[in-house]
Design a protein. Sequence first.
Length: 150
Amino acid sequence: MSGNGERSEEHGGEQANEHARGRNSGGTAGSAGAGPSLRAAGALALEIVETRLALLAVELEEHGVRLARIALLAAGSLFCLGVAIVLGGVMLVLWVPDNDRLTTLGALSACALVAGVILYAQLRRNLADIPALFAGSLEALRKDRAGFRS
């Protein structure tokens, strides 16, 4: 008999727990599911933010690498071009007769000036083609926001 009595106490205890849970959550059946839904939405939002921050870090690293590569290439090419221009100019000035050396230096200076202007224009064009910083992250956030609105 004690087995039957224990079962009825257990059953009564379960009903009391269910009643207390209903009272703590507002007593409505719909509000019982709101807690897990909010937690799931919060977890999803945190996961999206984490993913976007990781993307942002990758973009920042790529941007730094790209700028470093551009700076090294620019410095190396300017150095080599400078040395070549100076040595070529010295060779050319020594090669021409004495009375034409001043004309030769003027022509070399004009060529160096034209080349410098052309290279400067190319540099400006290349710098204008660099994508905006964090463009990929911003686009992903726009898509996320559009997904939440629909």
